[in-house]
Write a protein that binds this ligand. Structure first.
Ligand code: SF4
Ligand code: SF4
Length: 262
């Protein structure tokens, strides 16, 4: 049995995934995308009611639908209730963006999106490729996560994604870090530890909030046990939504934050 596995492994093609396939890839995340042309008021009302985290909000007086990816858990309910106006995103560029960049607005009277979509990753791929190979040390901080995000972050270091090939390493101390990757809603017990970790990281330092929890508090927002998303405690340079974000979304987000700051 084990020899069959080894033989298949030796015969299979190179499994290292090229960076072009990683950038903007959100396969498996169930992040929703919207077809504005198919949106109606009744669909908007229904998906807003179906959304368990208020990531979707419908203002009936203005016929204005808002989708905040920072609060989206990828539960898929809007896709089920959206009659084709919502579908699983094939590509997702909103990783490593500002908080405002996580939000999309739709005007149902004009049957269009008010805010244009993020610039296509293809436009930035050249800049991102120029960044690859520079050394970047990351300190991961669990501020109260369920460990779902950690599972995806750990996957970044496996031979399939092989984060180290991009010159990106995880380090054990914030004193050696260029970037903090912070997961979870920040619990009251962890708030001071997050602050101290930030202070211990030498400037210039970058902070990336990971997951719906890191972006907004996620499903724990409003709980007495948490103070909120990461930016409730320390300044954040970029947000990577998802519950959890996939390794490809994490890598895209890290590289987008570097690109925006370079
Ligand atoms: S996939 Fe996101 S936006 Fe859609 S219903 Fe679930 S949480 Fe809300
Ligand atoms: S975003 Fe989702 S997977 Fe990540 S810590 Fe929060 S609940 Fe867990």
């Amino acid at each position: 049995m084990i020899f069959d596995v080894v033989q298949r492994s030796l015969q299979s093609a190179d499994a290292l995934i090229p960076v072009e396939q990683l950038l903007g890839n959100c396969s498996g995340s169930r992040m929703p995308d919207v077809q504005p042309a198919l949106l109606t008021a009744s669909i908007a009302q229904r998906v807003a009611e179906a959304c368990p985290t208020s990531a979707l909000a419908f203002d009936t007086s203005r016929s204005h639908l808002t989708l905040n990816y920072g609060e989206c858990t990828g539960c898929g309910r809007c896709i089920e209730a959206g009659e084709g106006a919502f579908l699983a995103a094939a590509k997702f560029a909103r990783c490593g963006v500002s908080k405002e960049g996580l939000v999309r607005h739709f005007d149902l009277n004009r049957v269009s999106e008010i805010t244009p979509d993020q610039p296509a990753l293809a436009e930035t791929a050249e800049k991102i490729r120029a960044i690859l190979g520079r050394a970047l040390n990351i300190r991961e901080v669990d501020a109260g996560s369920c460990n779902g995000c950690e599972g995806e972050i750990i996957a970044l270091t496996n031979p399939y994604y092989d984060l180290e090939r991009f010159g990106i390493h995880f380090v054990a101390s914030p004193k050696h870090a260029d970037m903090l990757l912070v997961t979870g809603p920040v619990t009251r017990n962890m708030a001071e530890a997050v602050r101290q970790t930030y202070e211990a990281t030498p400037s210039p330092r970058l902070v990336v909030a990971v997951g719906a929890c890191g972006c907004s508090g996620g499903i724990f927002a409003g709980s007495h046990a948490v103070v909120g998303g990461v930016d409730a405690v320390i300044p954040v340079d970029g947000y990577v939504p998802g519950c959890p974000p996939t390794p490809a979304m994490l890598l895209t987000g890290i590289l987008q934050v570097l690109r925006r700051r370079s």
